[in-house]
Design a protein around this ligand. Structure first.
Ligand code: PLP
Length: 435
């Protein structure tokens, strides 16, 4: 097994450009874990090491790994109709059924879905649809998309342009125009920005209900209600990016359900299929859909080969069936409370733990040099904890953008109390080892 790892690692270094990875580090060390299987909350690598997947891989494997029912569904669908197009007059049953199911569970009156293959495509689609919508409504100047500082919306050109985290935008030297960034906690700052830019130039405002990749930031009470009313006041579309927060992650079906508001458009991906198939989408409200029906002339010139992919949609339908049948959204709420209590215990035991926070099964632990002053270490410290946790059997992730030094967690929604205790205990040991 060791030998097999070495052989594959060498091929990996030669031929595989990894996403969001340091090329230098990959060349220096090769991959640490080459995973071969997963079951429930655990992953096993080629050397036979088993770890708790404390991130649901990339915040997406909500129903846990190794679900035979999903494999069976994909197999049956591939056998009968693996793929067919949804352009023009063509459609397929899983895509239709999934669009109808989404209309049933989505917030407010979101009623129609445009399918994509993931979160970045969903974001680009949302910005294009929003801008096209305003063209149809006779307000073509409404182009600007306002997003939040520390937001993450993906890596397509539009999605990168909307991403508030500057390092992602600085990675390349030409992005889409007409994006603006506003303080992530301040409705007043949004109002000022709209006034400054001119309301007649703003197409939409986009926000993650809980910011994930940017360091897990939960909006203050009342924030989204105020945002909704500012958008209404200026006639701006309110888009939520539920790519991480959708499908039970925060203990409700969608993140925005915590805040008693509904968006005009919603991006989703990840948890819709729990990572078993590449799928995402954008939902629009019934009112928007009606406007499109009335005003749209000619062809909607936006469509991916895989929009409405029958196998991906069949997998998503089965995934949602499992989510509901096993009551996993409620489990996310209950286990989320346990996770937060566990973090608070670690905070009381360890000298380098600052703020801890969470909503459902999204949680964060901040690392500080000084608990009282909240002073941070000169160099990010959280990555050391991540490395220690991995040695002890727990995968988690560090966020070090903008001077942050934070550990983030998003275990699968199937996690039970015993597994949660194990996660907390490994985390405590990992922090103790480096503090
Ligand atoms: N939006 C949010 C909020 C995300 O967290 C992500 C990915 O983490 C994306 C969009 C991009 O999704 P994808 O990686 O599927 O393109």
């Amino acid at each position: 097994m060791e030998n097999q790892h070495e052989q594959l690692a060498s091929l990996d270094q030669k031929h595989f450009l990894h996403p969001t990875t340091s090329i230098k580090q990959q060349q220096a060390t090769g991959p640490d874990f080459i995973f071969t299987k997963g079951k429930g909350v655990r992953l096993t690598d080629i050397k036979g090491r088993t770890v708790i997947d404390g991130m649901s891989s990339l915040w997406n494997v909500n129903i846990g790994h190794g679900r035979e029912e999903i494999a069976q569904t994909a197999y049956e669908q591939m056998k009968t109709l693996g793929y067919s197009s949804c352009f023009a007059t063509f459609s397929n049953e899983p895509a239709i059924q999934l669009a109808a199911k989404l209309a049933e569970i989505a917030p407010g009156n979101l009623s129609a879905t445009f399918f994509t293959s993931g979160g970045s495509e969903s974001n680009d689609t949302a910005y294009k649809l929003a801008r096209h919508y305003w063209m149809l409504k006779g307000q073509p100047k409404r182009k600007k998309i306002i997003s939040r500082s520390q937001s993450y919306h993906g890596v397509a050109v539009g999605a990168t342009s909307a991403t508030g985290l500057k390092p992602f935008r600085d990675f390349t030297n030409s992005l889409a125009p007409d994006f603006c960034y506003v303080d992530h906690f301040s409705p007043e700052a949004l109002r000022q920005m709209i006034e400054r830019e001119g309301p007649e130039t703003v197409a939409a405002y986009i926000a993650e209900p809980v910011q994930g990749a940017g360091g897990l930031h939960i909006a203050p009470d009342g924030y989204f209600k105020e945002i909704r009313s500012i958008c209404d006041e200026y006639g701006i579309l309110f888009i939520t990016d539920e790519v991480i927060t959708g499908f039970g992650r925060t203990g409700t079906y969608f993140g925005v359900d915590h805040y008693g508001v509904a968006p005009d458009m919603m991006c989703f991906a990840k948890g819709v299929s729990s990572g078993y198939a590449q799928l995402g989408g954008v939902m629009i409200s019934e009112n928007m859909h009606n406007d499109f029906k009335q005003l749209s002339e000619g062809t909607l010139l936006h469509g991916y080969t895989y929009s409405g992919h029958p196998t991906a949609c069949a997998v998503a339908l089965k995934n949602l069936e499992i989510l509901e049948r096993e009551n996993l959204i409620n489990n996310a709420r209950v286990m989320g409370e346990e996770m937060l209590k566990g973090f608070q215990k670690i905070q009381s035991l360890r000298s380098i733990v600052g703020d801890v926070r969470g909503l459902g099964l999204m949680g964060a632990v901040e690392i500080v040099k000084n608990k009282e002053t909240k002073e941070r270490f000169a160099e990010p410290f959280a990555p050391k904890v991540v490395a220690e946790a991995a040695k002890r059997g727990l995968i988690c992730r560090s966020v070090v953008f903008d001077g942050q030094d934070t550990l983030v967690f998003a275990p699968p929604l199937v996690i039970n109390s015993e597994e949660m205790n194990e996660l907390i205990s490994i985390l405590n040991d990992a922090i103790e080892a480096v503090e």
